[in-house]
Design a protein around this ligand. Structure first.
Ligand code: IPD
Ligand code: CA
Ligand code: CA
Ligand code: CA
Length: 276
């Protein structure tokens, strides 16, 4: 184990995030520079890039030996999980940032040799920080989050990322309609890190998407693990924090119900496919 003062790091990272957040709030009073990445609804702004550079600058100065995986390309070409690895999304929910000016987050997950050690997900406009140092409890600002209890699918509020309806969908729609019909209700908020934080906080019972990147889920999975939630790929196999993949995170019991439902459907010839 690496010798590090995690409590001091928590304080330090929180102060970086709060500083970055005030830059983001300030930026919303001026015109944004917006460009398209892979598609018309895959946007990047000057602020995604500038916040990523700002946070990476802080990390590299304070922890020069650590490695960083981040969305906008200023991180490192990381090939393995050795040492301390930061999974950083400077703005999670860029479309919300641009179109709604709310419900977007700064997300930072820190792993040591592949094990989650610290997580920070900050809802910039709500001034709500979901955070934990693993083993010391998870918090929403100063409120300690309770351990997650079991819930049946019929009583569950499930967040389903609409990626399952897109033309290049990776899952047979019958697998999903069954979940939609049985659950209490479904939601989709458009910022994966916050949706995962909501599972950890018990506001949602599950979050499921067929495609998510390390910077999107890095912090959220640590928070969920800290409160006893379960997570995996759609078929129940473990998540590899270095790759893009499906993510199903939920209260205990519900997670197992959903993954076995999916596997059963796959055995009946319905498809799921992981991103490559
Ligand atoms: C996106 C959001 C969205 C999720 C996408 C992500 P970005 O992140 O988290 O909710 O469905 O898969 O790419 O691009 O806004 O950081
Ligand atoms: Ca993006
Ligand atoms: Ca993201
Ligand atoms: Ca982003």
């Amino acid at each position: 184990m690496i010798n590090r003062d995690w409590a001091a790091l928590e304080e330090e990272v929180t102060s970086w995030i709060k500083e970055a957040a005030s830059q983001l709030r300030e930026s919303l009073t001026k015109p944004l520079e917006i460009s398209e990445k892979s598609a018309h609804n895959d946007l990047v702004t000057n602020m995604d890039r500038s916040i990523e550079r700002f946070l990476i600058g802080k990390i590299r100065t304070a922890y020069p030996d650590d490695k960083i995986i981040s969305e906008e390309g200023y991180g490192d070409g990381v090939k393995n999980k050795h040492g301390v690895l930061w999974l950083l999304d400077p703005i999670d929910g860029t479309l919300n940032f641009v179109m709604q000016k709310r419900f977007f987050a700064i997300s930072i997950g820190i792993y040591e040799n592949g094990h989650g050690r610290a997580a920070f997900i900050y809802d910039v406009m709500a001034d709500e920080l979901f955070h934990c140092i693993s083993g010391s409890g998870a918090y929403q600002n100063t409120r300690k989050l309770s351990a997650l209890t079991e819930v049946a699918i019929d009583d569950a509020l499930i967040d389903l990322s609409p990626t399952w309806l897109k033309p290049n969908r990776r899952i047979h729609e019958e697998i999903m309609t069954d979940i939609v019909r049985r659950s209490s209700g479904t939601r989709a908020y458009g910022a994966a890190s916050l949706e995962l934080a909501y599972v950890a906080a018990g506001y949602l019972d599950a979050y499921f998407t067929m495609r998510l990147s390390p910077w999107d889920y890095g912090a959220g999975l640590i928070l969920i693990g800290e409160v006893g939630g379960h997570y995996s790929r759609a078929d129940g196999t473990p998540i590899d924090i270095l790759t893009k993949q499906s993510v199903l995170a939920a209260r205990p019991g519900l997670h197992e119900y959903m993954t076995s439902h999916i596997c059963e459907q796959v055995n009946h010839g319905r498809f799921i496919s992981e991103p490559r």
